[in-house]
Design a protein around this ligand. Structure first.
Ligand code: ADP
Length: 458
């Protein structure tokens, strides 16, 4: 079977949805192909937080000293300057606009008075969608896409890109849920938004042998690098493929990211089996992950009290996850520190000494041990929460090389005509290490550009 559209978008995560909506608004007939039975990708299961310098919540909270320049610096530095500066510049200059687009056009609701300051960021600048997950984003994007008349095809896996004699990408070969081959012709162009390759262990090992079976992954099973492989077959250039990020605090049984553990951003501390802190809790994900793996057993316990729980309300926001963790014996609520320590056999005297220091540093505002950048919170009063966690593969920084207009670039440095890419499938923004809240900012900024660009060039 064959079908013809103006634009074919591959992958229905945040990048694909925003590209499809923009291309459609610019007048194109758009089809969005998703290989899984449901849409959303990793965007759906993420925390959904999005960095935007100078955002409206910062203004409300009296944070007046943020800027696109600072955000640019933080992002480049966070990736050890391996992100492409011109691309990071575009992200920094457009992140706020992307957030406003989500708020005003897509009707995404963000919390009006709470922000996260993820590791590596010098300001509190991450907007939080209601519900604290990407579900708010994907639900609203899906509604908008359907209202606009974009065709969404789920259980439709793109297998290969089709080119004409001049090497221009003119369509996609796909397979539907029943194994039928379908050709989608794209009169204007194809946008690849297939996400990363965190769930593809063979591909992880190919680019970084360290990232083998010993790591589980936080990613959805669809995250297998298909877009990278399809574009590579046309000579696309890849960058930063060896940089694979682990998320420090995930479920030790399943590898699933812990969003309850977002209490870390409100002051929860990390301790080892011996009861000692060993890293600054707002350090970069790679640094924290490595530090955790170096501890006894290769795991950590996250500890917080009710004061901290009441700040971000991560338990209420993620009640299902909380109940599950309790049932699995991975999270315990205790009235006293003694009880918390006993549940996981942590050395109580060491833990008490650790907490005593934390309380002192909280009152002086000066963490003499690890220089906690958000300022520690006193753990004087209970009840307490203690949660066991391990690092798990979360984000692949590498991928396709794109230019500022999201054209896919080949090994000779030339644009592959008719081919665009956005989101985690690309590899030029985050360098060695993606900072928290930067994936969402990236996918919506470049997803929108891709959708606008493909139509503008036709
Ligand atoms: P991003 O954050 O870049 O938008 P996501 O992981 O949120 O990435 O979304 C990528 C989507 O692409 C996922 O829903 C995934 O299932 C889908 N996908 C991956 N490979 C293919 C493919 N070959 N054909 C169709 N969809 C794909």
């Amino acid at each position: 079977a064959e079908q013809t559209y103006d634009v074919v978008v591959i992958g229905a995560g945040g990048a694909g949805f925003s590209a499809a909506i923009e291309a459609n608004q610019a007048g194109a007939q758009v089809v969005l192909l998703e290989k899984m039975p449901t849409v959303g990708g990793n965007t759906l299961i993420s925390g959904g937080e999005m960095n935007a310098p100078n955002n409206w919540v910062q203004q409300k909270l009296g944070i007046t000293d943020d800027s696109a320049d600072l955000y640019y610096e933080d992002t480049l530095k966070g990736g050890d300057h391996l992100g492409t500066p011109e691309m990071v510049r575009i992200l920094a200059d457009h992140a706020l606009e992307s957030a406003e687009w989500l708020r005003d056009e897509i009707k995404v609701e963000f919390l009006p008075d709470h922000l996260f300051q993820f590791g590596g960021h010098s300001r509190k600048r991450a907007l939080i969608p209601v519900g604290h997950t990407g579900a708010e984003l994907i639900t609203k994007l899906k509604t908008k896409t359907e209202e606009q008349g974009v065709t969404i095809k789920t259980s439709m896996k793109a297998d290969a890109l089709i080119t004409n004699d001049e090497g221009r990408v003119t369509g996609v070969e796909a397979t539907d849920g029943s194994g039928n081959k379908i050709i989608f012709h794209a009169q204007m162009g194809v946008i690849v938004a297939t996400g990363g390759f965190g769930s593809n262990i063979e591909m992880r090992k190919k680019y970084n042998p360290e990232m083998d079976e010993k790591y589980m992954s936080t990613d959805t099973p669809g995250t297998t690098g298909d877009g990278i492989v399809m574009a590579e077959a046309l000579g696309a250039k890849l960058a930063n493929m060896e940089y694979i990020q682990t998320y420090p605090v995930c479920n030790p049984e399943t590898g699933v990211i812990s969003l309850v553990a977002d209490s870390r951003f409100d002051g929860a501390i990390l301790i080892n089996q011996e009861g000692e802190r060993f890293v600054e809790e707002l350090e970069r994900r790679d640094v924290i992950s490595k530090a955790i793996l170096a501890q006894t057993g290769g795991y950590t316990y996250q500890l917080w009290n009710q004061t901290i729980a009441d700040i971000g309300k991560t338990i209420e926001a993620h009640q299902d996850e909380y109940d599950m963790l309790v049932k699995q014996g991975l999270l315990y609520k205790a009235d006293t520190l003694e009880e918390a320590a006993k549940f996981f056999n942590v050395d109580i005297d060491t833990l008490k000494a650790t907490v005593k220091k934390v309380n002192r540093y909280a009152s002086t505002g000066d963490d003499l041990d690890f220089h906690h950048r958000g300022g520690l919170v006193s753990l004087e009063t209970g009840p307490y929460y203690i949660q066991k966690a391990v690092p798990s593969v979360h984000h692949t920084m590498g991928g396709l090389v794109i230019d500022g207009k999201t054209h896919v670039i080949n090994d000779e440095g030339n644009v592959i005509p008719g081919l665009y890419a956005a989101g985690e499938v690309t590899g030029v923004i985050h360098g060695t290490n993606r900072l928290g809240g930067n994936a969402i900012a990236d996918i919506f900024t470049f997803g929108r550009i891709a959708g606008q660009q493909v139509v503008a060039e036709n």
